[in-house]
Design a protein around this ligand. Structure first.
Ligand code: NAP
Length: 297
């Protein structure tokens, strides 16, 4: 149980509701901020304004999946309040306070390093990223259906990257009957793509392998779908960019050329917030128990 632990939940989307529900079941004391527009309350959880949160009481802080923006600002779906985490605020937390986020950035890593607080970027964990790839793929299928007038079956789909998301996307689109090519830069990944029964290509050859694609799905968080790559694509190609902001696509050039390119962040939170929240809730609970120990009961 998490009896006796106080956890601050700062903003976020519907995924955090599952985290709140689970931590509440585990008997943690929850301080919520950024949830004032939420209709229902949670037993044992108190919604307060951010300036009423006493950081000195917190054993853990849970930030939204995207963490903060480069200035420390936090997204709040259920509030109009503006929340920011600063170095000064973190310094007021107890030294053992754990800081959870989905992903981190230079700012968040910087202030947690400087204050010597333990930052836990949940999506750095393979288990979380792999479980999370399941709702990500379902969201990608939804987008492909919504934004094309042809079936996924028999269409030519090019997936860029064979990481945790790329592998799931490639496998599921192939199982729907698409002709799937996958671009990667490591020879071991090219071998794996071949073993999966898909068509591998080295990323340096991206141009020739996207010039007949119906759908290009990018999972590489680097500028790989450049203007010169888009220039040779058919104009009916749909680009779905799954990589974290700002994505890996030259969106300006795509628009100019009339190629539909969509940056699609946060799909798990959109298509399956309950599942995505459960994935996070499981691991957050497990880590708090591992790092802080069982509570007082
Ligand atoms: P990952 O496991 O780290 O995979 C990233 C892939 O990109 C790897 O294949 C990696 O190849 C490749 N890569 C990285 N930099 C490259 C470069 N400069 N040139 C060529 N290849 C490069 O990451 P992931 O978990 O699959 O996540 C992929 C992206 O999707 C991330 O940005 C993540 O934040 C995002 N994401 C988005 C959603 C959504 O809803 N849109 C959901 C989950 C994740 P190497 O192994 O050779 O480095």
């Amino acid at each position: 149980m998490l009896t006796g632990y106080t956890i601050g939940i700062l903003g976020g989307d519907a995924r955090q509701l599952e985290v709140i529900r689970r931590l509440s079941e585990w008997d943690a004391t929850l301080i919520l901020t950024g949830f004032d527009q939420l209709d229902h309350g949670f037993t044992g959880a108190k919604q307060v304004d951010f300036d009423e949160v006493d950081p000195g009481r917190l054993d853990a802080v849970i930030l939204p999946v995207p963490g903060t923006n480069p200035d420390g600002k936090i997204d709040t779906i259920f509030s109009n309040q503006s929340l920011s985490v600063t170095k000064e605020w973190l310094e007021k937390t107890p030294k053992h306070c754990l800081i959870f986020t989905g992903i981190t950035n230079k700012y968040l890593t910087g202030i947690t390093d400087e204050t010597k607080r333990t930052l836990i970027p949940l999506f750095d964990r393979n288990d979380v990223a792999i479980y999370n790839s399941i709702p990500t793929v379902e969201g990608t299928i939804m987008m492909a259906i919504q934004h094309t007038d042809f079936t996924i079956h028999s269409s030519k789909v090019t997936v860029l990257g064979l990481g945790r998301v790329g592998m799931s996307v490639a496998r599921v689109f192939a199982s729907l009957g698409a002709k799937v090519k996958v671009g990667a830069r490591k020879s071991e990944d090219l071998a794996r793509i071949s073993e999966m029964g898909l068509i591998p290509f080295p990323m340096k050859d991206i141009k020739e392998h996207t010039q007949d694609s119906d759908i290009v799905i990018n999972t590489i968080p680097a500028h790989v779908v450049t203007a010169s790559v888009i220039q040779t694509m058919p104009t009916h190609t749909l680009i779905i960019d799954l990589a974290s902001k700002p994505g890996g696509t030259d969106f300006r050039y795509a628009e100019k050329r009339g190629v539909k390119a969509l940056l699609a962040p946060g799909l798990p939170g959109i298509v399956a917030p309950k599942t995505a929240g459960n994935i996070l809730a499981n691991v957050v609970t497990q880590i708090i128990i591992e790092k802080l120990g069982e509570g007082s009961s």
